[in-house]
Design a protein around this ligand. Structure first.
Ligand SMILES: NC(=O)c1ccc[n+]([C@@H]2O[C@H](COP(=O)([O-])OP(=O)(O)OC[C@H]3O[C@@H](n4cnc5c(N)ncnc54)[C@H](O)[C@@H]3O)[C@@H](O)[C@H]2O)c1
Length: 292
């Protein structure tokens, strides 16, 4: 798809970060946008931003971890709004796990898998049948992460596991749709080339009470990219950041170029991926990956 004008783009997790940038960038290309999120205040803010920029946009509360909520979103997009041609399963959280893996709270595992993995799958299940039946060229994009899908960083195994799962399911979906010569093109987005400066460090702002972190759980103390920068500096490492607008542009370019892997990467990440795959192929030990 080259021309987005008049097309409806549905973006989950669109009230902040990468999703917000996607909504504004696609709107600037003439697309109509439907932003879905659990953050009501964030939805009000993005609605005001869309209005300011004269973008034809709607917002809807949607909890991607709840299949009925995603079904309601799809039903609205394909009913009242006349169908969608771009769907971004983008909502995601990080539980801020710290310490030993075997000590993590089940709430951290359940919440993160609920949003990141089940959220993506619920979005596939609600939208793919409708996109397929519509019969027009359309694009379905999941947001994974190099953290998990390409490199296993040792300190965020819950997040990494969810993102590896998203990448695997998306790859299978891509192969299935390609085999059927479906008009629905599937892509997987890996925001980068560096850590993206978004609200992900403070995902707890939208953590439901049912998955509350136990009061005695270890805390990373990281709530912003700036917090992470300070910790990395203490370890003698430099934090380089990517703006989410750059990620949105990569996604748009990737859709236009019909790329399955939309994965802007820096040379350091490439080196880590090579080292990991070498160790798999050679069955040898690998260097412990460090962030950055
Ligand atoms: N920031 C990075 O460096 C980075 C890197 C790789 C991948 N990602 C991925 O990018 C995606 C967007 O994250 P971001 O970095 O922009 O963070 P963000 O916190 O700025 O945005 C995530 C959005 O998801 C929403 N959300 C959370 N739970 C939800 C739920 N149950 N239902 C619907 N919406 C929900 C949040 O309210 C928020 O608006 C995520 O999937 C994340 O894992 C981010």
């Amino acid at each position: 798809m080259q021309d987005f004008a008049g097309k409806l783009a549905v973006i989950t997790g669109g009230a902040s970060g990468v999703g917000r940038s996607l909504a504004l960038a696609l709107g600037a290309e003439g697309a109509r946008v439907l932003v879905a999120d659990v953050d009501q205040d964030g939805l009000e803010r993005i609605e005001a931003d869309l209005n300011d920029k004269l973008i034809d946009g709607d917002t809807q509360y949607c909890d991607v971890s709840d299949p009925e909520s995603v079904e309601a979103l799809a039903s609205w997009a394909f009913g009242e709004l006349g169908g969608a041609h771009l769907v971004f399963a983008n909502a995601g959280v990080s539980a801020g796990e710290a310490g030993n893996l075997w000590d993590y709270s089940p709430h951290d595992w359940q919440w993160t898998f609920g949003v990141n993995f089940w959220g993506a799958l619920n979005t596939i299940n609600a939208f793919m049948p409708r996109l397929t039946a519509q019969g027009d060229e359309a694009h379905f994009v999941t947001t994974s992460s190099g953290n998990g899908a390409f490199i296993v960083y040792p300190d965020q195994p819950i997040y990494s596991a969810t993102k590896a799962a998203v990448a695997v399911v998306t790859e299978a979906l891509h192969i299935q749709t390609r085999r059927q010569q479906s008009p629905v093109k599937v892509h997987v987005l890996f925001p980068g080339p560096h850590i993206v400066d978004t609200g992900i460090f403070d995902s707890d702002r939208v953590r439901p009470e049912a998955f509350e972190k136990p009061a005695d759980a270890p805390d990373t103390g990281i709530r912003t990219a700036e917090d992470l920068r300070k910790i990395m500096e203490l370890m003698g490492q430099e934090l380089r950041l990517t703006h989410p607008d750059e990620v949105a542009q990569s996604a748009i370019d990737g859709i236009r170029n019909d790329q399955f892997w939309i994965a802007p990467m820096n040379p350091d990440s490439k080196e880590k991926i090579r080292a990991r795959f070498d160790s798999i192929l050679n069955q040898s030990e690998f260097p412990i990956p460090t962030l950055g």
